[in-house]
Design a protein around this ligand. Structure first.
Ligand SMILES: [Fe+2]
Length: 283
């Protein structure tokens, strides 16, 4: 029986947090997406997940692949990128150094430049913190966060995803993989930022391709999706090169994956990007 018990593509946009603040103009605006994330957390608990592995497209690296292998992730996070949206967000989550090191070793064994770090001051990025806020709020499960390199390739990210799956299957853990990032990711330019930016997409082309991707997932046409993924990542401004999605599908078996894609909330735009929460069922 597989040790991978849950896999999902999830959103981490700051407006999820603003949606929960009663005096925010965005109060309840992301209620559907928040409910979907909490539902994934409920399912993870039912399936007795012991570790979340998060492919985080908001933790971007210039040099090589990186894994946060700390024994405890603890801090108060203010986003350097959007300090007006995420301030002093506290997190205190156990880590899984053994699984983190095992993923790194597996990938290194296949020639990938990847390091697993145990540095207490290495904090988490909000691509991990925000989903954990909903799925794992009190740290009932361990967390491994994996960065997305900027200067890499689909092939290298596939190595990391495949290594993650092998390490999971060789472990004693019950694991949920989260691909934390957007679908398309063209953001509104500065001069166009205004109240409408929260709820509109910056490119109709991107929106149409995102919707087609969701249709392909619903129809389990993963062979076609993985074939288009390299172009999709470039032409639709993929966040972190869509490394999270590449790693997720590599972990699922790439074009051999045949499971159900269960869309848990409506597709929604945020600051011009396309967002969704989808569980990819694993048997
Ligand atoms: Fe992001």
């Amino acid at each position: 029986m597989s040790k991978l018990v849950l896999a999902a593509k999830v959103s981490h946009v700051p407006s999820l947090m603003l949606s929960e603040i009663s005096d925010s103009p965005l109060h309840s605006a992301r209620a559907g997406a928040v409910t979907a994330l909490r539902e994934l957390g409920r399912r993870a608990r039912i399936r007795e997940v012991t570790t979340f592995v998060v492919f985080d497209t908001h933790w971007l690296s210039n040099f090589g692949y990186h894994i946060n292998a700390n024994t405890q992730h603890r801090g108060s996070f203010t986003s350097h990128e959007a300090p007006h949206m995420i301030q002093d967000l506290r997190y205190d989550l156990p880590g899984d150094p053994a699984l983190a090191q095992a993923i790194a070793a597996e990938a290194q064994g296949h020639g990938l430049n990847v390091l697993a770090h145990q540095v207490p001051s290495l904090g988490l990025e909000y691509g991990t913190i925000v989903p954990m806020h909903y799925l794992n709020p009190d740290g009932w499960a361990k967390v491994v966060s994996i960065a997305s390199p900027l200067f890499t390739s689909i092939e290298e990210s596939r190595i990391l995803g495949e290594a993650t799956r092998r390490a999971i299957e060789a472990s004693d853990e019950r694991v949920a993989i989260l691909a934390s990032g957007s679908l398309s990711h063209r953001l509104w330019p500065n001069k166009d930022l205004g109240p409408d930016a929260w709820t509109t997409i910056a490119s109709e082309f991107n929106r149409q391709v995102d919707l087609r991707v969701l249709e392909l997932w619903q129809a389990r046409r993963y062979r076609e999706f993985t074939a288009m993924l390299p172009d999709y990542a470039v032409k639709c401004n993929g966040e972190g090169g869509m490394a999270d999605t590449v790693m997720l599908f590599a972990a699922l078996g790439w074009d051999d994956y045949t499971g159900e894609a269960e869309q848990l909330c409506d597709y929604f735009p945020s600051s011009g990007s396309g967002q969704v929460n989808v569980e990819f069922h694993v048997s």
